[in-house]
Design a protein around this ligand. Sequence first.
Ligand code: SF4
Ligand code: SF4
Length: 60
Amino acid sequence: MNNEYQYSFKVLGSCIGCKTCYRACPVGAIQTGPIRIDQDACIRCGKCESACPGHKIIKA
Ligand code: SF4
Ligand code: SF4
């Protein structure tokens, strides 16, 4: 994990793969199939967390 940040966003195993978070990410940090967040590319903006209709992305 990038030590510059105090927290990260994680995708829960119950994600249904709708890709809404993928489309919401401004820096292309989300990879598909399965959905994963590249922690080195993520700028911790929280847009994926807000966008997920099933609340499958959590800040931890
Ligand atoms: S927190 Fe922001 S930068 Fe990080 S994966 Fe989510 S939308 Fe992308
Ligand atoms: S928006 Fe939520 S349910 Fe959809 S792919 Fe992303 S994490 Fe999974």
